[in-house]
Design a protein. Structure first.
Length: 206
């Protein structure tokens, strides 16, 4: 039997809308304190272990939420690596590069980077280790949208290609994963929609 696991997406990153980013170590915005305050209201006091992506938009939130804990920084919890596209505008990416990936982002790697399957494989290795630790105490994981969707896809049997439609995860969302009758299930505790939508592909594909 595992204890509850809380999946927390980082707060709003300091980056212009339309910029492609994955493992770029972005700063946080001035809304950090307010967003973190909302997150904290949905977390219990008895968190035993805290895992985080090492990227500062996650690790700074983890330290802010759990100042008394030692963080386990896990590279496998980082967002998908966007390779040659990191910090370039989605709408300026060459059509011959973007189209194959948009057609099959699950299996096609970003030039110099990862595919969604690559991310899912490494996240799953980390998730397996964390769920073993969750047999001892409750856990918090501070990570990225792609990472959390990958985890939820795994526990629900949702195909990766459907995960973006199945799981709308906004900045600062909190998801509780729990075990019931031997199965892992989840519930959304907080998921505040932003005033401005995120852009994670060229406008022509929306």
């Amino acid at each position: 039997m595992i204890h509850d696991i809380y999946l927390i997406r980082h707060t709003t990153p300091a980056v212009a809308k339309g910029i492609c980013y994955g493992q770029t170590d972005l700063d946080i915005t001035e809304s950090f304190a307010a967003e973190a305050g909302i997150i904290r209201r949905h977390l219990p006091e008895n968190i035993g272990l805290v895992y985080s992506s090492p990227l500062q938009r996650c690790s700074r939130l983890a330290r802010h939420l759990f100042p008394a804990h030692s963080l386990s920084l896990e590279n496998n919890l980082m967002e998908v690596f966007c390779g040659d596209w990191e910090m370039r505008h989605w709408d300026e990416l060459p059509k011959e590069e973007i189209e194959p990936w948009m057609t099959d982002f699950v299996n096609v790697r970003i030039p110099g980077g990862e595919s969604y399957t690559d991310l899912h494989d490494r996240v799953n290795r980390c998730w397996s280790a964390i769920t073993e630790k969750a047999k001892e105490s409750s856990v918090a994981i501070v990570a990225h949208g792609g990472v959390i969707r990958s985890i939820l896809s795994g526990i629900t049997g949702t195909p990766l290609i459907n995960s973006f439609k199945a799981f709308s995860l906004y900045y600062g969302c909190v998801i509780r994963v729990y075990q019931e009758e031997g199965l892992l299930k989840y519930e959304t505790l907080s998921n505040v929609a932003p005033t401005e939508t995120e852009q994670h592909k060229p406008k022509s594909f929306y």
